[in-house]
Write a protein that binds this ligand. Structure first.
Ligand code: ADP
Ligand code: MG
Length: 239
């Protein structure tokens, strides 16, 4: 959405980013274009003042999450740029200030556009859906479990774009952590068909938009019924 709440097309988002010398789309931009492509993402709006953040939090419904929006900060938590579980207007006001102060301290000179406001999604099983461009093979989809599973254990599966339904099913089936998705120790099973659908939608999106160089939904929460991405990062090619 732009400031007036109108949805921008992918082409318009890319043109705006390039005109500002950016290859990184903001979380708000990335989620807007992904939602348009049928990928489930948390509805996320851009606030440029604490007052705006409060009114957007009220529209999103408490609890909310606030995150820094800056072309110079791609790992938002590392810079103190993410505040979770905010339950009131007061929480939102103090989080807004804390985020800006912390990010200015961690990344001196960073351009801070504002703060992204979204509803806090209930905890689910964290997975990662991603796309990277291989110099030889072109766009490659990646799937894995979130957090420590991907960072430490590199438990991920890959397939070339475009994916067919069978590929998406296999990508989910072949990770070592698959029993976690099937439900362990009384945990319910995750909705793997929702994850397959997300993989297929992202594959179709990058196939039809060759300007996308990298894409990450990190994390996407998988539930017994459905799945939703709470973070989205899209890197475009230089024109
Ligand atoms: P970054 O990866 O840039 O540090 P994220 O947007 O992934 O920032 O946020 C960090 C963590 O906060 C996520 O891994 C997730 O666990 C949690 N989180 C982020 N957004 C939400 C949300 N809308 N609902 C629930 N949890 C969230
Ligand atoms: Mg993330």
């Amino acid at each position: 959405m732009n400031r007036k709440g109108h949805q921008m097309s992918f082409e318009a988002v890319v043109a705006k980013a390039r005109s500002e010398g950016r290859t990184l789309l903001s979380e708000v931009e990335a989620k807007d274009v992904l939602r348009e492509a049928g990928v489930p993402v948390t509805k996320t709006t851009l606030a440029t003042s604490a007052d705006e953040a409060v009114s957007q939090a009220e529209a999103a419904g408490y609890p909310v999450v606030l995150k820094v929006v800056s072309p110079d900060i791609s790992h938002k938590s590392d810079a103190g740029g993410v505040k979770l579980n905010l339950k009131s207007a007061d929480d939102v006001r103090s989080a807004y200030t804390a985020i800006i102060e912390s990010c200015q301290k961690h990344v001196p000179g960073a351009k801070i556009v504002g703060v992204a406001v979204q509803h806090m999604a209930p905890q689910g099983t964290e997975v990662i859906v991603g796309m990277t461009t291989d110099p030889q093979f072109g766009p490659v989809m990646m799937f894995g479990l979130g957090g420590i599973m991907v960072e430490v254990l590199k438990d991920v599966s890959f397939r070339l774009v475009p994916l067919e339904a069978k590929d998406a099913r296999q990508m989910i089936g072949e990770i070592k952590g698959k029993p976690i998705l099937d439900g362990v120790r009384g945990q319910p099973a995750a909705d793997t068909s929702a994850l397959e659908d997300a993989l297929l939608k992202v594959s179709a999106f990058v196939e039809s938009h060759p300007d996308v160089a990298e894409l990450d939904l990190n994390p996407m929460f998988a539930y017994p019924d459905g799945a939703i991405a709470v973070d989205a990062r899209i890197l475009i090619r230089e024109s």
